[in-house]
Ligand binder design. Structure first.
Ligand code: AMP
Length: 188
């Protein structure tokens, strides 16, 4: 089982590329953002619990995220691989993911980080707000999402660098060109 983490700030293109990677390699795509948005739109107990946090651009609690990942993972233990998109986002989540994988005799195999400068990120997020109507893509919330990224998520780069798992891929340009750069970097 190959476990690939697609890493990067909001707006880096993780979702788009994760879908393409999952298709090419027949891996399971796990987007915690998509899972949470679906809970919110269905109005489940979990959805009601996380709605305001997401709309404010804050991070949902590690505890909930770890529950979600455990349950998705255990339902798909036969998968050839996973592409994690938007998870882990904190060091605590990274540690818990390691624990879960080790308990099943697996590990994180690779972390690919999409590199996009901040001006381009804001531009893309504002565009997405118009096109998809995502309530967490207003200018104020975008700023907050980027602050959350720098505070809680960016430190994961060092964590995975120290494990020799981290590679950066340039994330600006055509979707298919970026996809090919990612595939070249995948050591599978
Ligand atoms: P995304 O679509 O990945 O940008 O996620 C949208 C929102 O869902 C984030 O701004 C967070 O509120 C929440 N979320 C998604 N994944 C996580 C995570 N791993 N940890 C905490 N919150 C998350």
């Amino acid at each position: 089982m190959y476990n690939l983490i697609l890493f990067g700030p909001p707006g880096a293109g993780k979702g788009t590329q994760a879908i393409k990677i999952a298709q090419r390699y027949s891996w399971k795509h796990i987007s915690t953002g998509d899972i949470l948005r679906s809970e919110v739109s269905q109005g489940t107990a979990l959805g009601l619990q996380v709605k305001a946090v997401m709309e404010g651009g804050h991070l949902v609690s590690d505890e909930l995220l770890i529950e979600i990942i455990n349950s998705v993972f255990l339902k798909n233990v036969d998968a050839a691989g996973f592409v994690f998109d938007g998870f882990p986002r904190t060091l605590n989540q990274a540690h818990e993911l390691d624990k879960l994988l080790v308990s099943l005799n697996h590990s994180v195999n690779q972390v690919l980080s999409l590199e996009v400068d901040e001006g381009e990120l804001v531009k893309r997020l504002l565009n997405r707000a118009q096109e998809q109507g995502r309530v967490d893509d207003t200018e104020e919330v975008i700023k907050n999402r980027l602050v959350q990224y720098h505070t809680h998520t960016k430190p994961l780069q060092q964590y995975y660098m120290d494990k020799g798992l981290y590679t950066e891929v340039y994330g600006v340009g055509g979707i298919d060109d970026i996809f090919e750069s990612l595939c070249k970097a995948i050591k599978q």
